[in-house]
Design a binder for this molecule. Structure first.
Ligand code: TYM
Length: 333
């Protein structure tokens, strides 16, 4: 069976963007692929330096996968840090990866651009080697499992392409001894709306602090939905649904009929943004409330989550160990 792998970085509570861009589509693959999900806790260290918080977010991401429908009996869930083979392979692959490839990665380039805009003479100011090597470690996460597809949101597509490049380099040099599967990104659909906006209208992202966490209590969810910015079109005027962040979120959660009906009602005028926000809240809460209960039980200390992650670690390590042994042999170690 074909393998799919995807990960989430535990730098905050998982949010609606993670759910739409990664969690939901990845779980949809579970019947077609041998699906693997992991929590990229070592990746989080590039920005997160609070050990308690890292532990909490790691648990929170794991609990979210399961609350959202991952069946740990059938699919693998593990922490990146529980697979130390990753870091040995990381070195091997770093020796085959051109520095220029990392120079071109979006996140690194964005950091340099910010320094340039701020007029700093050192364009690498504030960039640690973890950030620079981030795409390499991500490539290894994917390659060590020999994943064929990687379900991710649009912002991660370049990283999967980099992983494919690195696999190609290895296969070119050592292909006689071992060949990696060359992975492909799997983006939910080509629709732009799949990059979900956050409560300030920009892309929903933990680094912008504009997220709507998946499993907050209903009252907080309502408050955050109310904060999504809208334009000042008067209630009675016609509105273009697709220009609105509220609608962009709604359309990812509502049935097709409801989406079309809402679009028509907005275009007709007479519906204010407040009404649309209440509708969005109702739709979200209806879907998330049952998952929220399961999440809360799992995230609590001493829950069955520890056993689930321990079992996942064992299976993930076994698979990664096979890849690493073959690689060591192929490169002459
Ligand atoms: P992270 O934690 O930033 O995001 C996890 C997943 O959620 C998607 N996503 C979104 N999709 C739609 N709209 C949004 N607003 C939105 N925000 C986030 C992301 O595209 C991603 O799929 N580098 C990864 C973690 C990682 C990984 C891997 C992923 C490490 N190793 C190997 C796949 C395979 C990351 O930072 O994701």
């Amino acid at each position: 069976q074909k393998i799919s792998v995807t990960g989430i970085k535990p730098t905050g509570e998982p949010h609606l963007g993670n759910y739409i861009g990664a969690i939901r589509p990845a779980l949809d693959l579970a019947s077609e692929y041998q699906a693997m999900y992991f929590i990229a806790d070592y990746h989080a260290l590039t920005t997160l330096r609070d050990p308690e918080l890292l532990r909490h977010y790691t648990r929170s991401v794991a609990a979210s996968w399961i609350a959202a429908g991952l069946d740990p009996e059938r699919t693998l869930i593990y922490r990146q840090s529980d697979v130390p083979e990753t870091f040995e392979l990381n070195w091997v692959m770093s020796c085959l990866t051109g520095k220029g490839l990392m120079n071109r990665a979006h996140a690194y380039k964005a950091a340099r651009d910010r320094n340039e805009e701020a007029g700093r003479s050192d364009l690498d100011a504030g960039v640690n080697m973890g950030l620079f090597n981030y795409p390499l470690l991500m490539a290894v996460d994917i390659l060590i499992m020999n994943a064929e597809v990687v379900p991710v949101g649009k912002d991660q597509v370049q990283h999967v392409e980099i992983a494919a490049d690195i696999a190609g380099s290895f296969n070119h040099v050592y292909g006689a001894g071992y060949r990696f599967t060359v992975p492909k990104p799997l983006i939910p659909d080509t629709d732009n709306a799949r990059t979900l906006p956050g409560v300030d209208g920009r892309k929903m992202s933990k680094s912008y602090d504009n997220t709507i966490p998946l499993f907050i209590p209903a009252s907080k969810l309502k408050k955050l939905v109310r904060r999504i910015p809208t334009d000042s079109t008067p209630v009675e005027d016609p509105k273009n649904a697709d220009d609105s962040s509220v609608f962009q979120i709604l359309r990812q959660f509502a049935d097709e009929e409801v989406v079309e009906d809402t679009r028509t009602r907005l275009a007709a005028g007479g519906v204010g943004w407040g009404v649309l926000k209440d509708q969005l809240f109702e739709i979200l809460d209806e879907q998330l409330a049952p998952m929220r209960e399961r999440y809360e039980a799992l995230v609590a200390p001493g829950s069955e989550l520890d056993d689930i992650l321990a079992a996942g670690a064992e299976k993930a390590r076994a698979r990664a160990g096979e890849t690493l042994a073959a690689v060591r042999n192929a490169v002459g170690i």
